[in-house]
Design a protein around this ligand. Structure first.
Ligand code: PAF
Length: 287
């Protein structure tokens, strides 16, 4: 595995493969790698020829400075995981490499419509501007044929797809399923910060989604309010530590609020929940 810290080193590492017409797969990450990332790398390994992983904790996408400070950093373990999971080139740039002009990161113009207004965009102002800038910059450097994004960050996946359509039409965005622990908890780097009690209760988020799905199967004239109540009551009884920031059922194509007239196969449940002061997000395709 080649370790690259600068764009020049990365370009050099990729030039031979690129000249031979090999397919470059890219997995952008913020480190603290877990099995969810490994499944992205696996997918890249199976479907492309050269796998690039980036590890860069992007300051511009943290709307809360404390969250940035506390974000887990496990560099040595990340290097090991990349080596053993089949990454060919690990890109670990520093801030000046990604933001040579400082943090003037609002330069990428992308009109997102509803995607830029709801859920994470509403509760984490500036978050997606930061994601869009860093992904724009990383794609410009790596120029991947395929980039792999987890469905766990579903809104990010749709936004990056819009970014690629506009600025990187040769790059395909490949969604990858969320990886869950046996009790249903979606893997996330933030799980590392949960204490045992919060960790156990956090698995109820997924089970709450399943409860809502059950309700939807039996009730064709459902409402957002009734689904919210089911999710809330379920968590309240089993996971009192969890505080819901939002829960809703959206049309997965554009994240508009869903209703009983939305085709069932487009329904996806979304939630953001605090476990003590750790913010967790999850989503589930309902049918
Ligand atoms: O999903 C993430 O880990 C980050 O948002 C990403 C895409 C690597 C951009 O910093």
């Amino acid at each position: 595995m080649i370790l690259a810290h600068t764009s020049e080193q990365l370009k050099e590492a990729l030039s031979a493969g690129r000249n031979k017409g090999l397919k470059i797969g890219f997995v952008p990450t913020m480190g603290a790698l877990h099995q969810g990332h490994v499944s992205l790398i696996d997918k890249a390994r199976k479907t492309t020829d050269v796998v690039v992983v980036s590890v860069f904790v992007n300051p511009t996408q943290f709307n809360n400075p404390e969250d940035l400070q506390n974000y887990p950093r496990t560099v040595d373990a990340d290097v090991m995981i990349c080596k053993t999971s089949g990454c060919d080139v690990l890109f670990m740039p520093d801030e000046s490499e990604i933001y040579p002009d400082g943090f003037q990161h609002s330069i990428v113009e992308l009109s997102l419509g509803n995607l830029g207004k709801v859920m994470e965009a509403a509760y984490r102002p500036g978050h997606f501007e930061g994601v869009v800038s860093v992904v724009y910059r990383l794609f410009s450097i790596v120029q991947p044929d395929v980039a792999f994004f987890g469905e766990k960050d579903y809104q990010q996946l749709l936004i990056v797809t819009e970014l690629a359509k506009k600025y990187f039409p040769k790059t395909t965005i490949q969604p990858v399923d969320t990886v869950r622990l046996p009790d249903g908890l979606a893997l996330s780097s933030r799980n590392l910060r949960l204490d045992e009690q919060s960790r156990n209760q956090a698995s109820q988020i997924y089970k709450g989604f399943l409860k809502v799905r059950e309700f939807l199967c039996d009730n064709h004239s459902w409402s957002q309010e009734s689904c919210f109540k089911i999710f809330e009551n379920y968590l309240h009884a089993r996971a009192p530590l969890l505080k819901i920031e939002y829960f809703l059922i959206a049309d997965q194509r554009d994240l508009s609020i869903a209703s009983p007239t939305t085709p069932k196969e487009e329904l996806r449940a979304f939630a953001a929940v605090y476990a003590n002061n750790i913010r967790l997000i999850d989503n589930l395709k309902l049918f």
